[in-house]
Design a protein around this ligand. Sequence first.
Ligand code: ZN
Length: 325
Amino acid sequence: MGQVRVLLSVAGLAVLCACGGLHYPTSGTDPNSSSPLVTQGVTASVTSKDLSARNAGSAYAAGKLIALTFDDGPRPYVLFGSKGGHVAPGLVDVLEQNGVKATFFVVGWRLTPKTWGEPRHEEDIGMTCIDAAEQLTKRGHELEDHTYSHMELRSAEKKMGEPWVTHDVDRGAQAIKAITGTQPRYLRPPDWMITSDARRELQHHGYHVLTISSENPMALRDVNSLDYLCAGKNPTGCPRPSLVDGVLKQVEQREKRGVYTHILAFHELTSTATVMPRLITDLKARGYRFVTLAEYMDMVASKADQPVKQQAAGKGHIRVAALSR
Ligand SMILES: [Zn+2]
């Protein structure tokens, strides 16, 4: 992470992430440029017809939904298991064993030929990031856009201008489309940092920008798992008593406010993959069903948007597509 930013509020919850945090060990250098990078999804297309057929008579139509998302990959050693000193289960196997399809916000520079990840911090298991991305797609997971460079976009815009930001996002999308054949629809900016102008511009380009902004209905705000604070040798900032408990607590707090659908934001980290079996089991036990982000948005977005529309009466029509205000 060239630039370490300490943006975390001590009070902690809703506040920032993420990939550039002190404890987050994954940074790299763009193989195609000398700029330092702070590292980091094909939308399975589900027609409304498919969904209504699937939802007919199903409790899940109006029920509890989780969209599991993972940023910063593809990281083959996390997805397919470490072969080195500490043998760890692969996230892909964990998801498969639990019948869960997830959404991966991937970083475009990784999807260039002969890229195995960030060599200083990431184990090479003999699989390129492109191979890993192809495997994710084949197994029914979604790939969405986390930019090409993984630069923090607000600072980048200051230095290089808004067209650079748009280009970086488009370049990430092209790298994904080259693998999946499908244009990504969703963008999660690194650390959720982006200017309003750039966000609006990207929306004009057709992207739905994910956010943690309280200006959005809760169901459409990412839940920051804080999993990046649980990685590394000294995870002092990790939620207590555990990452899983921390996430469940956030889910409970949202439930108390009547929200039963959640987009959970994690990262491709071995420490995160390790706790996924328990988290998935616990959430299933609470009645949650796991869907991809595209499925989630198809089912949740129109309903969740209602309160905003009401609040904004007289200010013009607000679509959920504008996830990013
Ligand atoms: Zn990231």
